[in-house]
Every structure is written in structure tokens, then in C-alpha cells.
Design a protein around this ligand. Structure first.
Ligand code: ZN
Ligand code: ZN
Length: 59
């Protein structure tokens, strides 16, 4: 069992509050400086809920 726990939290999804861990795929709004989890990015069709700008996929 070589499972390494992911302890490095980068932030939280602004929409659902889910923690975003380092190494996880997430989406970022450069204008608002907020992050979205992949689920919420899909639900908002890849756009920021706040400003409507397209989200940038990270990392
Ligand atoms: Zn979310
Ligand atoms: Zn935005």
C-alpha cells in the first residue's frame, strides 16, 4: 500500500467549497482569482460564475 495522502490544499472551489489539492486538476478564473473544481467547471460550462470569463485549466 504505497498510498501517499494528499495534504497540500491549494484552496477551495468557490462554488461548492470542495478542497482543491496540489496535483489535482482544477479550473481557475484569472480575473477573479478564484478556483473551481472540475465538477463545477463542467456545470458552469467552463465559465466563471462571477464574471463570465472562460476558466483556465490547471495545472
Ligand atoms: Zn466545486
Ligand atoms: Zn471570474
Amino acid at each position: 500500500m504505497a498510498y501517499v495522502p494528499k495534504t497540500l490544499v491549494l484552496g477551495r472551489c468557490v462554488r461548492c467549497g470542495k478542497k482543491i489539492y496540489r496535483g489535482d486538476e482544477y479550473f481557475f478564473c484569472e480575473k477573479c482569482g478564484v478556483s473551481y473544481c472540475p465538477t463545477c467547471a463542467r456545470k458552469t460550462f467552463g465559465k466563471c460564475q462571477i464574471c463570465g470569463q472562460p476558466l483556465v485549466r490547471r495545472p
